[in-house]
Design a protein. Sequence first.
Length: 161
Amino acid sequence: MTETLAKLEPSLGRRWFGVIVLALVGFMLAYLSFFQPPESMLGKILLPILAVAFFWQAQWNLRVTKTGLYLTSEGIFDGNGTQICALSNIRSVDRGLFAFKPSNGFLVRMHQSLGNAWAPGLYWRIGKRLGVGGATQPAQAKAMADIIDIMLLKRSNEPEA
C-alpha cells in the first residue's frame, strides 16, 4: 500500500451500540427458547438457531469493526490491506440526501462489478455499488468522499495518453 490519504475509523460508541443491541436480541431469543418455549416444534427449533445467529453476528461486528478503511492513490483498502475498490474502477461518488448509502457515509459507483462483500458498519459492495460508512465517524467519511471527488476530477482533466 502507498501513502494513506484518508482514514475512516469506526466510532467507538456506534460500534459498541450495534454489538450490544445484537447480543441483547440474541439473549432475549435464547431466554424465550429455554424459559418460555413456544408450543410448535418449528418455534422450538427456530428460536435457538436465531439466538446463535444473533450472537454470531454480534461477535462478527466486533471483529470486523476493529480496523477501519484507508484511501490511498491506488484505491480503498481495509485495515488488513485487502483492496475494497481500485481508484481506477470508481466512476462517481454520491453523498446526496436521497442516495442509497450507509448512515454517515457515501456511495461509490464503479465501472465494473467486483462481487458482493460486506463488513457490517464499514462497507457493503453489491454489483457496481459500494456503500461506505455505517458505524464510522461522519467527518472522516465526508473527508474521504471529498478526496475521492478531487482525485476523480484530476483524473477527468488529465489528457489521455
